[in-house]
Design a protein around this ligand. Structure first.
Ligand SMILES: C[S@@+](CC[C@H](N)C(=O)[O-])C[C@H]1O[C@@H](n2cnc3c(N)ncnc32)[C@H](O)[C@@H]1O
Length: 277
C-alpha cells in the first residue's frame, strides 16, 4: 500500500501527504474522520473504527455528539461570550463545521490556531487554509501545552493579554495518566488571561461497565482513549466559573434542534465550558 503523493481531502484541495504518515497503523484523527463520515481516512482506519463499533455501537453517535457539542460551544463563545481568539488543541482533520467556519459565520475576524499531533492534520490544514489569514495550523503535543502557547504562530495569532478560548474537545482522553491531563489543563488555565474560556469534552465512565470495555478496546486499537470519571473531569475546570449548565452530559449542554436527544450513548460523553475570572 502506498500513500498517494497528492490527494484531495474533503475540502477538495490537493494535499501532498508527508512521508511520515503511516497508513499501516490506524490513526485517531483519521478514524474519527471516518466516524464523522469524512473522506480523509485509509482502509486501516476504517477497519479499526468498524472494529470499535462492533464492540461498542456508540462509537459513531459519540463522535457526532462530540462534534455537535463543539459546534454549540464555539457558537456560544463567539456569539455570546464575545471571544475573538481561539486555540483548538487536538483539532482533528478538517471536517464538516470546522471551528473557524462556525466562528467566521458570526465574525470573520476571529483568529483560530488549530493544533494537532498528527502530521496529516497539518497537511490538510495547510491546504484548506492556504489563503486564509485569520486561521493557522501547527503540529504539537497536547501533553506539552507550553510548546503550543509559546509557538511562534500562536504568538502571531493570539494576543495573550486579551481573553481567548482554549478548546480541548475529545483530546484529554487521548492523554494517558502518565501524561497528566489534569496538569495540562492546570497549566493552560494558568496561562489564560482573565475573561478567557476553557471548553472540554471527554469520554465518560459514568459507572457503566461498557465504558471499561470500550476503554480497553480503544487502548488496543489506537493505543489511547480513556473513559474517566466525573471527578476526574471536574478537576479540569477547577478554579474556573462554570458557564450554565455546568459540566454535564455533552448532549445536555445547551441542546439545540440538531441535538440527538434520543441517543442512548449520551451518558458516555461529558462536556462543559469554564471562564477564568
Ligand atoms: C477525537 S479527535 C477530536 C477532534 C476535534 N477536537 C473534535 O472534537 O471534533 C482527537 C484529535 O486529537 C489528536 N491528538 C491525539 N493525541 C494528541 C496529542 N497528544 N497532542 C495533540 N493532538 C492529539 C488526534 O490526532 C485527533 O485529531
Amino acid at each position: 500500500m502506498s500513500v498517494p503523493e497528492a490527494w484531495r481531502g474533503a475540502h477538495g484541495k490537493p494535499v501532498a501527504l508527508p512521508a511520515e504518515i503511516d497508513i499501516t497503523v490506524p490513526s485517531v484523527a483519521r478514524g474519527y474522520d471516518y466516524a464523522l463520515g469524512g473522506k480523509n481516512n485509509f482502509e486501516v482506519d476504517r477497519i479499526a473504527a468498524d472494529g470499535l463499533t462492533k464492540v461498542f455501537p456508540g462509537t459513531v453517535p459519540l463522535a457526532l455528539d462530540n462534534r455537535a457539542f463543539l459546534r454549540r460551544g464555539v457558537r456560544y463563545l463567539v456569539a455570546e461570550a464575545g471571544i475573538r481568539q481561539i486555540v483548538d488543541i487536538g483539532s482533528g482533520l478538517p471536517s464538516a463545521g470546522n471551528v473557524h467556519e462556525i466562528a467566521h459565520d458570526i465574525d470573520p475576524q476571529v483568529r483560530v490556531v488549530y493544533v494537532d499531533i498528527d502530521p496529516i492534520v497539518l497537511a490538510h490544514g495547510r491546504a484548506l487554509l492556504a489563503d486564509n489569514n485569520t486561521t493557522t495550523v501547527i503540529q504539537a503535543d497536547a501533553a506539552d501545552p507550553g510548546s503550543i502557547l509559546d509557538h511562534p504562530e500562536t504568538r502571531q495569532f493570539i494576543h495573550p493579554d486579551e481573553p481567548f478560548a482554549v478548546l480541548m474537545a475529545g483530546i484529554l482522553h487521548h492523554l494517558p495518566d502518565s501524561k497528566d491531563p489534569a496538569g495540562v489543563a492546570r497549566y493552560v488555565k494558568e496561562r489564560m488571561s482573565p475573561g478567557s474560556y476553557l471548553l472540554v469534552s471527554n469520554f465518560l465512565d459514568d459507572d457503566d461497565p461498557r465504558a471499561r470495555e470500550m476503554d480497553a478496546k480503544m487502548e488496543s486499537v489506537f493505543g489511547t482513549g480513556r473513559f474517566r470519571t466525573w471527578v476526574e473531569h471536574t478537576a479540569y475546570f477547577e478554579g474556573l466559573e462554570m458557564v450554565e449548565p455546568g459540566l454535564v452530559y455533552a448532549n445536555e449542554w445547551r441542546p439545540d434542534e440538531l441535538t440527538d436527544s434520543e441517543n442512548e450513548w449520551t451518558t458516555f460523553l461529558s462536556g462543559g465550558i469554564g471562564r477564568k475570572a
